[in-house]
Design a protein around this ligand. Structure first.
Ligand SMILES: [Zn+2]
Ligand SMILES: [Zn+2]
Length: 89
């Protein structure tokens, strides 16, 4: 399955790998506003490559925590990996 990695963005700023348009985010599903393609996306630590945990509440919704590095990770230091969702309905 194809994977597409982007960095230094908000999830809402990810670009469609096919048409380079922005999309809508719904939990871990991303849908292109232009071509309607859907992608699952995951968020990884840039340093160690492990998945990071989203910190919620207190206005920190765009900060993450890496359990491996034991440190908070800013959104500019995470990698977004998009994979094509094949359960189109
Ligand atoms: Zn698209
Ligand atoms: Zn890490």
């Amino acid at each position: 399955m194809a994977e597409y990695v982007q960095q230094g963005l908000l999830a809402a700023d990810l670009l469609c790998p096919h048409c380079q348009h922005k999309g809508l985010v719904n939990a871990n599903l991303w849908q292109c506003k232009s071509c309607q393609k859907q992608y699952d996306f995951s968020i990884y630590c840039e340093l160690c490559g492990d998945a990071v945990q989203r910190l919620t509440g207190c206005g920190s919704s765009e900060h993450y925590y890496c359990r491996t590095c034991k440190t908070p990770v800013s959104r500019k230091a995470v990698l977004y990996t998009m994979t094509e969702a094949n359960n189109l309905s």
